[in-house]
Write a protein that binds this ligand. Sequence first.
Ligand SMILES: NC(=O)c1ccc[n+]([C@@H]2O[C@H](COP(=O)([O-])OP(=O)(O)OC[C@H]3O[C@@H](n4cnc5c(N)ncnc54)[C@H](O)[C@@H]3O)[C@@H](O)[C@H]2O)c1
Ligand SMILES: [Zn+2]
Length: 342
Amino acid sequence: MGPRAWNELSDWLLRVSDRYTSVHVLVDRTTHECVLPRFMAEIDGLADAHILEIEPGEASKELALVEQLALGLRDEGADRGALLIALGGGVVCDLGGLLATLYLRGIDLVLVPTTLLAMVDAAWGGKNAVDSEGTKNLLGAWRPEAPVFADLRALETLPDREWRQGWAELLKQAWIAGGSLWAEVASKGMDHAAFFVAEAAEVKLGVVAEDPFEQGTRRSLLNMGHTVGHAVESLALAADWDLGHGDAVAFGLSIESRILDASGAHGVSARAALRARLEADFDFSAFRSLDPERVWAFMQHDKKKRGGVLRSVWCAEPGEPESVWEVTHSALHQAWDSDAVR
Ligand SMILES: NC(=O)c1ccc[n+]([C@@H]2O[C@H](COP(=O)([O-])OP(=O)(O)OC[C@H]3O[C@@H](n4cnc5c(N)ncnc54)[C@H](O)[C@@H]3O)[C@@H](O)[C@H]2O)c1
Ligand SMILES: [Zn+2]
């Protein structure tokens, strides 16, 4: 990661070029327009690369599109020696990851994140998935070895809305880290996001290293705010509401933090500070008109559910070890009501 990561990718490609029979770059329409020309100009050895394009947005994270892209690879003559480069945000990284894992039982993959969200979170840690019938990440695979080249130049064309999406995950990771990172992130607003990209990505890598395949509870910590957030995203997908992942996570952090308050967890004032930061940087008014009963119904598909019990993994205070909190129907309603009153 850094201001010259694409040049490092270029050097790497030159070193390994005999390994690959063809190179394919997956983009969405927007990264095709905004990022690909500059990316191609920086990378030697991509002159013959094939471009695969998808529509931008969460709706593209579906298995049918993975199959369509696999047929595209087949038609371009890709064999087991093909390399896939995913150039885009979390959607392109997730979809590209699954495509590279399934195509001919696996071809090599390189991730080139172009959103703040993908640079601090989605590109790292080797997970990828697609959604099905509105359930987030229902079908996915592990791909821990894929190299990531995160060049900060990609962020130059990123609109404010997308900075905000990444800011939600960055806040979450700063909370997990605690200490000076949390203190700085909590006191500075979203405009300072660019200063924290590398540190926030390091937090994710640290958590992943402690629990790479989510066998314990440590890695589930990266899912703070997502028990409610993913359910809200599912509702949005069903309603064709173009909701950003980070907006949903930010709202989820607000609601889940109140579930901890009601459970008697220590750290009430720290969580109030988190909500103050969230309220300053996000607008939750559209969420508050949602029906919490429908959110509860979608929450039942959460992958952290065990033995019928819905769980949320949080550190009660920034930087503390994680604990598991049960999320009950009444706790959700109570948190929802108190969050709406403020
Ligand atoms: N696999 C994981 O570990 C993991 C972790 C976190 C999030 N995710 C997933 O990531 C997804 C969200 O990622 P996202 O917010 O990056 O979404 P995204 O990929 O849809 O990108 C958001 C928008 O920004 C545009 N864009 C991308 N790069 C740009 C650039 N440089 N300049 C201008 N526009 C640009 C895209 O075209 C898109 O319209 C969700 O599906 C979420 O579930 C995965
Ligand atoms: Zn997320």
